[in-house]
Design a protein around this ligand. Structure first.
Ligand code: NAD
Ligand code: ZN
Ligand code: ZN
Length: 336
C-alpha cells in the first residue's frame, strides 16, 4: 500500500510502498478514504514535544474509511462499516482516569499516527472498541476533520464552562479554530475570533463570529477590556506561545482559558493577576469516545461544516509546508 512515512525528524515524509497491516485480536482493518492534516502531524514530524514518536511512523489521526477485514475477537463492527480512526487509538479501561470518564488521560494510551501508525496511507488498523461509527449522512470529506479538530474544540469549549450569551474568544482560526467558531455559535456563545491572518478571519466572520480581530494590527487585550470588559472564556488553538498569555489578558475577572494549541515552549503568567482576578487556566486534549459521539451529533444538528481543501497523498509534503506557513483557511484533507 502507499504510505507517507516519517523516517527522520524535520525531514519531508517519504512516500513508500509498505505491506498492508494485519488486524490483530480485537482490531479492524480500515481502507482509508480520507484523512485530515492536523497541525499535530507537523509537531509529530518535527519531534516538537518532550515525548517523541518512535520512527519510522505513519502520521495521521483524522482517518475515515470502510472496514475491509476483521481480526479475531471483533464484536462491535462488521466488514463494510464506515468508521473514523481518531487520535485515541486505545486506552487501558482499568486505570483511575479510564474508569472516571477521562480515558484521554490514560497512562497506557496509544495514539494514532504517534505511538502506532496512522492514516496517511491506503489502510490503517484500528481497535474495534475505539473506531468511531460515522453517521450515515456524513461524507468522508466532512467526517475527517471532525475526528480530531471538531472533537477537540467541542470538548475544549465544554471545558470553558461558558454559558449561552457569554463572550468566548477563539484564538487561532485554522483547522481547529474554524470549527470552534461554529461549535461555539451552536452552543449559544458570542464569538470573538482572533488570528494573525486576514483570510482566516474572513472565514471566521462568514462562519458566524460576532467579532474578528487581527492581533497583528489590534491589541486584543486592551480592545476587549475597553469594549466588553473582557471575555468570559477563551479557547486557544493558536500555534504561538504569545497567544496563550494574550488570552489570559483578554479575560474578565473569573474568566476561564482553555489551552488546546500545542506549540513547543511556555509563556509567562502573572501570579498576582491570576489570583486577584481568579482566572482559571486548563489544558484540554482531544476528547473521549462519548465526547466524539456528542461532537458528531451537534455537528449534524447545527449543520457544522468543515471548509475542506482536498489533496492527494502524493502532495502531502506540499500540504505540510503550507500548513507551517500561511495555509488556506479551513482543513486540508487527503483523499485516498
Ligand atoms: P492550524 O495551523 O490550522 O491553525 C493555527 C492557527 O493559529 C492559524 O490560523 C494561525 O494563523 C493562527 N495563529 C498563529 N499565531 C497566532 C497568534 N499569535 N494569535 C492568533 N492566532 C495565531 O493548526 P490546527 O490544526 O488548527 O492546530 C492548532 C494547534 O492545536 C496545534 O498546535 C495542534 O498541535 C494543536 N492540537 C491540539 C489538540 C488537543 O487535543 N489539545 C488537538 C489537535 C490539535
Ligand atoms: Zn489533530
Ligand atoms: Zn487507562
Amino acid at each position: 500500500m502507499r504510505a507517507a512515512v516519517v523516517t527522520q525528524f524535520r525531514q519531508p515524509l517519504e512516500l513508500r510502498d509498505v505491506p498492508i497491516p494485519e488486524p490483530g485480536w480485537g482490531e479492524v482493518l480500515v481502507r482509508v478514504k480520507a484523512c485530515g492534516v492536523c497541525h499535530t502531524d507537523l509537531h509529530t514530524i518535527h519531534g516538537d514535544w518532550p515525548v517523541k514518536p518512535s520512527l519510522p511512523r505513519i502520521p495521521g489521526h483524522e482517518a475515515v474509511g470502510e472496514i475491509v477485514a476483521l481480526g479475531p475477537g471483533v464484536t462491535r463492527h462488521e466488514v463494510g462499516d464506515r468508521v473514523g480512526v481518531p487520535w485515541l487509538h486505545q486506552a487501558c479501561g482499568r486505570c483511575d482516569q479510564c474508569m472516571s470518564g477521562w480515558e484521554t488521560l490514560c497512562d497506557q494510551q496509544k495514539r494514532s499516527g504517534y505511538d502506532v501508525d496512522g492514516g496517511f496511507a491506503d489502510y490503517v488498523v484500528a481497535k474495534d472498541d475505539f473506531a468511531a461509527r460515522l453517521p450515515s449522512g456524513l461524507s468522508y470529506q466532512q467526517a475527517a476533520p471532525l475526528m480530531c479538530a471538531g472533537l477537540t474544540v467541542y470538548k475544549g469549549l465544554m471545558m470553558t464552562d461558558a454559558k449561552p450569551g457569554d463572550w468566548v474568544v477563539v484564538s487561532g482560526v485554522g483547522g481547529l479554530g474554524h470549527l470552534a467558531v461554529q461549535y461555539a455559535r451552536a452552543m449559544g456563545f458570542q464569538v470573538i475570533a482572533t488570528d494573525i491572518d486576514d483570510p482566516k478571519l474572513s472565514l471566521a466572520a462568514k462562519l458566524g463570529a460576532n467579532l474578528t480581530l487581527n492581533v497583528r494590527l489590534t491589541d486584543p487585550v486592551s480592545y476587549l477590556q475597553r469594549n466588553i470588559g473582557g471575555a468570559h472564556a477563551a479557547l486557544v488553538t493558536a500555534v504561538s506561545p504569545a497567544a496563550f498569555g494574550q488570552a489570559v489578558g483578554m479575560m474578565r475577572p473569573g474568566g476561564t482559558v482553555v489551552l488546546n494549541g500545542l506549540p513547543p515552549g511556555d509563556f509567562p503568567l502573572s501570579i498576582y493577576d491570576m489570583v486577584m482576578r481568579a482566572i482559571t487556566l486548563r489544558g484540554s486534549i482531544v476528547g473521549t469516545r462519548f465526547d466524539l459521539d456528542r461532537a458528531l451529533d451537534l455537528a449534524a444538528q447545527a449543520r457544522i461544516e468543515a471548509t475542506v481543501h482536498p489533496a492527494r497523498l502524493e502532495d502531502v509534503n506540499e500540504v505540510l509546508t503550507k500548513l507551517e506557513g500561511s495555509a488556506l483557511p479551513g482543513r486540508t484533507v487527503l483523499e485516498l
